[in-house]
Design a protein around this ligand. Sequence first.
Ligand code: BTN
Length: 241
Amino acid sequence: MTLKEVDSTNTFLKNILSNSKPVPDGTVIMAEHQYAGRGQRENTWLAEPGKNLTFSILLRPSFLSASQQFYLTCAVSMGVYDALYPLLRDSLKIKWPNDIYFGDSKLGGMLIENILQGSQIKHSVIGIGINVNQEIFAADAVNATSIKKILQKDYELKNILAEICNHIEGYYLHLKAGRLEFVRNMYLSRLYWLNEMRQFKSNGHNFEGTIINVKENGLLVVKQENGEQEYNLKEIEFLNK
Ligand code: BTN
């Protein structure tokens, strides 16, 4: 379903779910214009109307427990990655936990909101934003890029959407078949800054370290002078020079 205008496709899907309307598994809601798009860490997600992909997918991964939520992040990130790879090749990376990067610039991101029931995932609302044909970004979005900025060409949103959904389905089926570690290993192999000595910030201080792993629960493992440390999303910042 395509909406001309909505606050946020994630909020829209969550609202219809909480009104107990039957929503089929795999439903995709796409918006031409999101006027209150939401990002991670309570950020807003801005996208020029009609030029970008902003959509949400509903899944019911009842075969995953709440403690396995991170595998869904891996599957969705890899689905987006594989869909864009034929266009963008090896500069494409996944920045932990689920940003899509081209070189050092952000091309897209996702906001996965899981609705839990006990220790199971009841619904998963998977919101994805990819910058496609937008050429000008707000001054404060310093490292934002788009497919058009990279390849100097316009792309049909619906075609990219179809590729992304197909690839996500492929990875989702891997998870369903129990191949969780295969999916996590694919994700790891595409990770931005993996095994590279880089600068990070945590708890107000800067340090050098090397990302060596992302654990089953999604924690980032960074090796430093004084040993290995694990971080969640709010605890660490990547410092680009
Ligand atoms: C991020 O990088 O911070 C995540 C961005 C997620 C944006 C998408 S656009 C479609 C869906 N609806 C929202 O309100 N957010 C997600």
